[in-house]
Design a protein around this ligand. Sequence first.
Ligand code: HAM
Length: 430
Amino acid sequence: MSNRAEPIRSVKGTRDLLPGETALWQRVEDEARRVFAAYNFREIRTPILEQTALFARSVGADTDIVTKEMYTFQDRDNESLTLRPEATASVVRAYIEHTLFNEGGIHKLYYLGPMFRRERPQKGRYRQFYQIGAEVLGSDHPTIDAEFLEMLALLLGRVGLTEYNLLLNSVGCPKCRAEYLKVLRHALDKVKDKMCGDCQRRAVTNPLRVLDCKVEADQPIIEKLPHILDHLCPECRQHFDCVTGELQQRGIPYEIAPRLVRGLDYYTRTTFEMTSGVLGAQNAFLGGGRYDGLSEMLGGPPTPGFGVAIGEDRLLLAVEQAAGLKLDAALDVFVAWMGDAARDPATQLVRTLRQQGLSAVWRIESNYEPAKLKKSLGLANKLGARFAVIIGEGELATGRWQVKDMAAGQQEEVEAGRVLAYLREKLQKG
Ligand code: HAM
């Protein structure tokens, strides 16, 4: 009988991103940072652990996220803590806690990191997933909304995603929403008995949440419920018309989606999602909107806000499928040395290439043990090296190293002191 220990596996709904995948993740994150910087966003990093009350108060006590999906536990001192299911609440908490509002003006913040929701895992849905998010705090101007959506279109274009739908709606303000909720409750009174248990409860406690019910049998009933867009107050109507007008001016196509109320309670006015046809059931790869009352809900001063969270896992799936993008980290130079006498000059060269190539991020590798040329070149090939520098007995005698272009199979003799300049020129061209 084998007494080998049972291997321990990763937790259900979480996954390892292996080196073959992370190059593409880094590329998307680099593009996001670049585009955010162009629109004057700065990074904020908030903790993954927050007090449970933060999400109950902002996302909403009656949402799926808070009632069913949070990883919540009592800490050793009995404080209730939660692994963040999203980060907008954390950003606004930090904004209030550090009185950023005292600086005045508009704050544009972005973040990247893992979020946790105990959902049923499937393609594009994980219990630990990653978001790239951005938030604008301090203005309710409709230009903010339109410019933000323009920024997302730019980012998606930069990562090679051009086929997607932008779905747009307005959920009004507390004033017109209260009026709409009366109408919705009235409509639900007549049909709620035929709906699922959650909807029957929410028809009373939080009727807006009925609109994002996913139960198949409820869908025909939900389709016929009144639309919030038909019940906006004049100010909210005007805001929405300005947003759509500016989107048209900027040449950004959108689709009105009157049922798009989103699964979080903090939204006011504009809500949006982007979906991709290549994703299957979990087709929304980003979502967001305006949340003009959130700061006050969290005990801060009135501060309008607007933001997005991109589901990075889903964006990556869409980018890979739509653009067929695959990146891998191939080697730039392999330094192959033979015989003990070549070890020192090879070590020197490897160090110089690594230090001097940093700004262009050259990848350099070498054999750690003396090895036969054939074996070293085989390894260089396997690692995808573009060039191999060969240092053996003959080269040591002449002071000239062989530099081999691995793809072309051509080899040139280069004076030891000129190898760096030679490779710099060749690598720049490629
Ligand atoms: P959300 O719609 O809950 O919004 O999440 C945003 C995106 O995160 C979704 O569109 C989806 O792509 C991704 N996502 C959500 N759950 C999962 C999961 N279990 N597995 C994989 N991806 C997932 C928010 O989180 C808001 N904080 C967005 C926001 C920012 N609103 C204003 N500012």
